[in-house]
Each structure stands twice: as C-alpha cells, then as structure tokens.
Design a protein around this ligand. Structure first.
Ligand code: HAM
Length: 424
C-alpha cells in the first residue's frame, strides 16, 4: 500500500464538526454587511505577481518571503493572493466601478508562506470589506461600527480596538527621516531584521517583536506628533465618533501594519485569548492605492478579518454555532420505517429551516439511538408501532436531562419551530 498523502503544512481541512462555527460567522457577517449596503465581489484566487508587489510593497514580509508565486506556462509570474484588497482594487479599476462610491465585501482563502503556528496558517480565510470614493472619517467610523456590531452579534465581548493614524505621505516622509536619525544613533542595539529595515522600511521597526528593539522604539518620536492639520482633524473626527458610539479604543502610536498601502486611519481588533496571533481583524485607509495601480485617484478604506481566528474564539467562548442537526428521527418496526420518511417530509414542508435526519436502514432502538447521538442532534424523534397506534411522536432530548414528551403532529411542529429559532 502506498504512503498516505497528507495536506500541505499550514493548510487545513475544515471537518464537518467544525463547519457550524464557520457558517455562524459567515452568515452573521453576510447579514450585517448587507444591512449596511455592502455588495459582494468575487475575484480570482490567482493574480499576476506584480499586482501584489505594487500594492502591498516590495519591502514587506508578504512580498519578500511569503508569496506563493510560480511561472505560468506562458512564462508570466502569477501568485496566489496573500490578501484581498489588491484584487478588489484591480477589479474595481478594470470594471469601471469607481465612477461612484462603492461599498464592497469579499470572502475567501488567502495564501502566505508564513511559519505555521497557532492562529497562523499558510492557507487562511478572510472576510473583507473595501469602500471606494469616500474621504471623510465618517466612513472609517462606519467600518469600525460594522465590525463592532459583528462581534456583538457573535457574542464576543473580549476584543480590544487599537487605532492609529499614519498620516499622509508627506507627513510620513518627514517623520521617517526623524525616525531613521533616531534609530541610526542606536543602531548597535537594534536586532538584525530591524537593521535591515532601517533604510528600506523603517516604520516596520516600530512593531518589531525583538525585546531590545522594543525598548528603543518605546522612546522613539511618534508619527502622531508629525500629523498635519487635515490628518489630525480626520483622526479626531473618527475618535469623536467612536466616543459617541461608546466604543472603547486604545491609541497605539506603534500600530503601523505590515502592508505599505496605508495612510491616515489604521486599526486592529485584538484578543488576548489566542496567544501570539491575537489580531482577528485589521484595516485602514489607503487613499493612494487606486492611483498607484493605474486608476483615477480614489480614496479608499477597508478591513479584513481572519476567519480561523474567529472560529477558535467562538469555540473558546462556547458558542460555536447552531447544531448541524436539530433532530434525528428514529423509526423502529416495518410500518414505522416506511412512515418515517413521510412524517419527515410533512415536517420539512412546514419547517423549512428544520435540520432533520430521518434514520434509514432499520435496526434496533438501541443502535438507532447511538446514531442519533452521534449525529449531534438536539432531539431524537421516536416513531414505533405504539406511537403510530396512538397518533403521536416521542421526543427525547439528547443533550440535557429535560423530560421526554409525547406530542401529536401539530404540537410537534410548534415545539420544533421554537427550537430552531436563530440564536442571533
Ligand atoms: P492583514 O493584517 O494582513 O490585513 O490580515 C487581516 C487579518 O487576516 C489578520 O488580522 C488575521 O486575522 C488574518 N490573517 C492574516 N494572516 C493570517 C495567517 N497567516 N493565518 C491566519 N490568519 C491570518 C490585510 O490582509 C488587509 N488586506 C486588510 C485590509 C483590507 N486593509 C484594508 N482593507
């Protein structure tokens, strides 16, 4: 027998028992995004490599060492998308979507050849939103409020919001010079990676994980002190909105993000419950990117959330999602075996959201109950000769100690419809 072939390191199967949590997040996000007027866009997983080089930046971890790039049969360099923003901008330019403001969202797998660890994968899934054509802080605020609503709907209360402003390119250029001078004076204490970044992408030194570098960075000049009037007013406008909405946040002057396209607002939602990879959602403004990729200058802002991290958080919080199956119909005896599919049909007609597995293939009560239990169903519905004679169905709770009941058809429909009400 040949050796078993396994999934690629850092790329995971999502097994049936985990899917309920995925659905819960995806369905809730889809509902909320639609409620705010965001339209879904689907773009290819493969793009020409240049798209990511020109948008994310040549001197970023993603472009330097994490992209899955290969030569197509015609010699063109293609890459699996490491994120969704660049593709979204490419598509918006290509299809002329930017003549008016656009609120878009997307969902799907992204690929980065990072060192796998808890919460960090080589194939991971994002839900992202991108807004084009709006300059004010009101839309930055809307995006943060939207994500805050999503956390509430999912029952996640432990997330911390961090915000910063990266200013405009001119402000950043001046700041960059000052930062480089400050770091140059302390270069012998910097770690190797930060030294390398010192002249290519010095802002990234600010979020170095190296303890010695962190000490140096703690006293470094901050970008916030270099913001011009307009950038400050933008930032204050958003902060005012967050205060009014009662959303607490932490100002983090060292929040710089790992992608080069940002200006002004950047933000992250962070949890302490997932270890080192605690950022579940991140985003910000990128007013220069559309023009940089050949489109007409168009302001833009967006975010993306990491589905794997949210799924793990939901599991820790104990509300992973609706049960995959509400009820399992146990049918014992020849007559019941033939009546069960018909009873199941009548229930499905009246309760379209009911998830009901009707046992097929006969067998004893005991063996059918084992299968009912394994299905994850909340209830077993029992149909045997006695129940048929009495015109009732037995209802046996499988997940708690509540009483078994015998219900006529109408009462059974009422009972099940109460049970399948959505949790959010
Ligand atoms: P990002 O910070 O690179 O931003 O990724 C956003 C989120 O995706 C992260 O906060 C994290 O939850 C998740 N994520 C990233 N890498 C991994 C990984 N290797 N494994 C698991 N989860 C991961 C962006 O991608 C930007 N496109 C966000 C954005 C949209 N900015 C403006 N619009």
């Amino acid at each position: 027998m040949g050796k078993h072939i396994q999934a690629i390191r850092g790329m995971h199967d999502i097994l049936p028992e985990a899917v309920a949590a995925w659905h819960r997040i995806e369905d809730t996000a889809r509902r909320i995004l639609a409620a705010y007027g965001y339209a879904e866009i689907r773009t290819p997983i493969l793009e020409v490599t240049d798209l990511f080089k020109r948008s994310i930046g040549e001197v970023t971890d993603i472009v330097e060492k994490e992209m899955y790039s290969f030569e197509d049969r015609n010699g063109e360099s293609l890459s699996l998308r490491p994120e969704g923003t660049a593709s979204c901008v490419r598509a918006a330019i290509e299809h002329g979507l930017l003549v008016q403001p656009q609120r878009l969202w997307y969902r799907g797998p992204m690929f980065r050849h990072e060192r796998p660890q808890r919460g960090r994968y080589r194939q991971f899934n994002q839900i992202g939103a991108e807004v084009f054509g709006l300059t004010g802080p009101d839309i930055d605020l809307e995006l943060i409020l939207l994500t805050a609503r999503l956390w509430r709907a999912l029952g996640l209360n432990g997330l911390r919001l961090e915000i910063n402003s990266l200013g405009d390119p001119d402000e950043r250029r001046l700041y960059r010079e000052e930062l480089v001078t400050y770091l140059e004076a302390r270069r012998e204490d910097l770690d190797a990676e930060s030294l390398r970044r010192l002249h290519t992408n010095p802002l990234r030194v600010l979020d170095s994980k190296h303890p010695q570098t962190q000490k140096i960075v703690a006293d470094a000049p901050t970008l916030m002190d270099h913001l011009g009037e307009d950038s400050l007013a933008h930032f204050q406008g958003m902060r005012h909105g967050l205060d009014q909405a009662g959303i607490p946040y932490r100002l983090n002057p060292r929040l710089v993000r790992g992608l080069d396209y940002y200006n002004r607002t950047v933000f992250e939602w962070i949890t302490e419950d997932l270890g080192a990879q605690g950022t579940v959602c991140a985003g910000g403004r990128y007013d220069g990117l559309v023009e940089q990729l050949g489109g007409r200058a168009t302001p833009a802002v967006g975010f993306a959330l990491g589905l794997e991290r949210l799924v793990e958080l939901l599991a820790l919080a104990g509300h992973a999602g609706e049960p995959a199956v509400h009820a399992y119909l146990v049918a014992v005896g020849d007559q019941a075996q033939l009546e069960a599919p018909l009873l199941a049909e009548r229930l499905r007609d009246l309760l379209p959201r009911l998830r009901l597995v009707a046992h097929c293939g006969g067998g004893s009560f005991k063996s059918q109950f084992k299968k009912a239990d394994r299905s994850g169903a909340t209830f077993a519905l029992v149909l045997g000769e006695a129940e048929i004679a009495k015109g009732i169905v037995g209802v046996k709770p499988l997940r708690d100690e509540s009483d078994q009941q015998e219900l006529g058809f109408d009462d059974l429909v009422d009972f099940l419809s109460r049970e399948i009400e959505s949790p959010d």
